[in-house]
Every structure is written in structure tokens, then in C-alpha cells.
Design a protein around this ligand. Structure first.
Ligand code: PHE
Length: 344
């Protein structure tokens, strides 16, 4: 019995002194593990006579329980202390001035996307998105580009490798495929814009292989060209924050609209900066038109019942014009000094 008393005293002393959870676990294994000192003694119970066992059993059981309880009490204390230490080490002083931390900026493209979405949201447009990797049907065929039509060549398309069935996916050359996805999945009236990335194999001062567009689409029973002009003029005034605006709709060709137009806005040069609004000169800012009846039909709608307009504009160019950014390629150079200067 003395032997057990000193064993207990020794274990309790070591449990109390355990400095961390690892040391405590070592003590637990040495005492209560399979070959631990207490476990070994429990094994001797089997060889005792029933009378001896009656006496020794409860003593050993209660010893084992006291040691286990002491270990879990010490464990709770150590866990608490470890958490306190970690909280102290990871403390953040929220009263430090922000200027001492590195600061990010909103890229002008993100800023302009947000501005465009907000302006059209006020006019009742909601936002849709489509995939960057498109199939031929959505990017071309459904948009009334027949196979072999020269308008396909105009798009400098990035093609993926041929699939087993001979078809090739493309990086979408414009956001117009979102028109198709929306008309096929939703019932008119439709009033949406579709912002996103677009891709063409083209690179110089004013073209980058990846650029950004916002598409617009309105489909209803008696939407006409007047709605198109009114909507776009209201947008340009809101975007450039001007009251006076002269516009010109120049006839153009897109396979998916008829009639089609490019919209020009008046501008003048004021020193080195461009002022959009009135002025003597014309600046082209977007393509638009009335949705072609073939496109409406390709989406399963009846062109005798529904009609509407669509437009598409380059976001990078709008950002350059509004914020006086001279070179398009800098948008994608990831130069932090440029972002510090032009970011928001
Ligand atoms: N998708 C055309 C382009 O990328 C723009 C456009 C969209 C024109 C919608 C008319 C209607 O050039």
C-alpha cells in the first residue's frame, strides 16, 4: 500500500508540474497507457485470490480515477494558458494608423464596370453573365453568323483544339453570346446587361488580346429604335456626368442586328484632355442595333411577337476616356505605381 501511496504522490507531483500538453500526455501514457505503471498493477488483479482482489480492486480503481481526473484538470489549465498566449501573440492593434499598412486600389476596369452596372440598374436593367469559353453556336451561329460567313473572320477568334466531333470551342469574341443564353432561358420582357471579358487575337496600342465589354439587351413587344437611342443617350450623360450631349448614329453592319449602327458622341480637346459632350469632333463609343429577327427565332421566340435592341461597348475604352488614361496596355501590366495613380 505504501508503494501505491508513493506512486500516487509521484504522479500527482509530475502532473502538477507538467509545463505543456505534450509533457502531460507523456505522463498519461506512462501511468495509464497499455504498459503504464497503474495499468501494470491492474493486470496483477487477475492473479490474486478473490479475497485479495476484493480489497485491492477498489483501491487500484480509485487510484486510477484520481490520476485520470488530475490529468484532465491539468489539461484544461494548459489548454487555457496556450489559448491566452496565442491571443496575446496574435493581437492586432486596431488603433494603429492605416497608412502604415500596404494599400490596394480598385482597378479602373472594375470601377467602370460598377459605374455602368449602377447606371443601368437605375433604368431597370439586371445583370447576367456567361462563360468566357463558348461554343460556336452561342458565339456565332445563333447570332446569325452563318458557317463560312466572312464576318466570322473579322473577329480574329482564338480557337481551342478540335473535339472528336470536329467542333471547336472558342474564347468568346464578344459578350453577345449572353444575349442568346438569356433569350433561351428567360421569358420577355427582358432588360439585361452582361459585363465580362472578351478575347481577340489582336495586339497593338489600342488593342489587347483580352479586353472587356458590356452587352445590353432589351426584348419586349413594342420596343423600337427610339428606346435604343434614348437609353444610350441617358447612359452616356450619366456615365460622363454631363448635361449636354450630341450623338450620331452611323449605319453599320453586325449580323445579329438590323438595322445596325455605331454610336458617336461629340467631343473636343481641351489641352491634352478629351472632353466628351458637344464639340466639333466625333468619337465612336459603341455598336448597337435592333435585334435581328433570325436571332430572336434562333432563341425560340416569335419575331412577330417580340422585338428589341442590343448594344455592346468596350469598357477599357470608356475607362480611358473618362479618366484620361493614355495607353490601353498599361491596364494589364500589373504595375503597382500605375494602379496607385489611376486606381480608386
Ligand atoms: N458584339 C459587337 C462587337 O463586339 C457589339 C454589338 C453588340 C453590336 C450588340 C450590336 C449589338 O463588336
Amino acid at each position: 500500500m505504501d508503494d501505491l501511496k508513493s506512486l500516487e504522490a509521484d504522479l500527482m507531483g509530475r502532473i502538477d508540474a507538467a509545463a505543456d500538453e505534450r509533457a502531460l500526455e507523456d505522463i498519461r501514457v506512462a501511468a495509464l497507457g497499455k504498459k503504464g505503471t497503474i495499468s501494470e498493477r491492474m493486470k496483477t488483479l487477475g492473479k490474486m485470490t478473490p479475497d485479495e482482489r476484493k480489497e485491492a480492486g477498489p483501491i487500484l480503481n480509485s487510484l486510477r480515477d484520481r490520476v485520470a481526473t488530475a490529468i484532465s484538470a491539468q489539461k484544461a489549465i494548459l489548454e487555457h494558458a496556450a489559448m491566452e498566449a496565442r491571443l496575446a501573440a496574435e493581437a492586432v492593434d486596431v488603433t494603429l494608423p492605416v497608412a502604415s499598412l500596404p494599400r490596394g486600389r480598385i482597378h479602373p476596369v472594375s470601377q467602370v464596370f460598377a459605374e455602368v452596372e449602377a447606371i443601368f440598374a437605375e433604368m431597370g436593367f439586371s445583370t447576367r453573365e456567361g462563360p468566357d469559353i463558348e461554343d460556336d453556336f452561342h458565339n456565332f451561329t445563333a447570332l446569325n453568323f452563318p458557317v463560312g460567313h466572312p464576318a466570322r473572320e473579322m473577329h480574329d477568334t482564338f480557337f481551342f483544339d478540335e473535339k472528336d466531333d470536329g467542333s471547336r470551342m472558342v474564347l468568346r469574341t464578344h459578350t453577345s453570346p449572353v444575349q442568346i443564353r438569356t433569350m433561351m432561358n428567360e421569358k420577355p420582357p427582358i432588360r439585361i446587361i452582361a459585363p465580362g471579358r472578351t478575347f481577340r487575337c489582336d495586339s497593338d496600342q489600342t488593342h489587347t488580346p483580352m479586353f472587356h465589354q458590356v452587352e445590353g439587351l432589351v426584348i419586349d413587344r413594342d420596343t423600337h429604335m427610339g428606346h435604343l437611342k434614348g437609353t444610350l443617350e441617358a447612359f452616356v450623360k450619366a456615365f460622363f456626368e454631363i448635361d449636354e450631349l450630341t450623338t450620331r448614329f452611323r449605319p453599320h453592319f453586325f449580323p445579329f442586328t438590323e438595322p445596325s449602327a455605331e454610336m458617336d458622341v461629340g467631343y473636343e480637346r481641351d489641352g491634352g484632355t478629351i472632353k466628351i459632350g458637344t464639340g466639333e469632333k466625333w468619337m465612336e463609343i459603341l455598336g448597337c442595333g435592333m435585334v435581328h429577327p433570325n436571332v430572336i427565332r434562333n432563341c425560340g421566340l416569335d419575331p412577330d411577337e417580340y422585338q428589341g435592341f442590343a448594344f455592346g461597348m468596350g469598357i477599357d475604352r470608356l475607362a480611358m476616356l473618362k479618366y484620361g488614361i493614355p495607353d490601353l496596355r498599361d491596364f494589364f501590366a500589373a504595375d503597382s505605381r500605375w494602379l496607385q495613380h489611376y486606381g480608386f
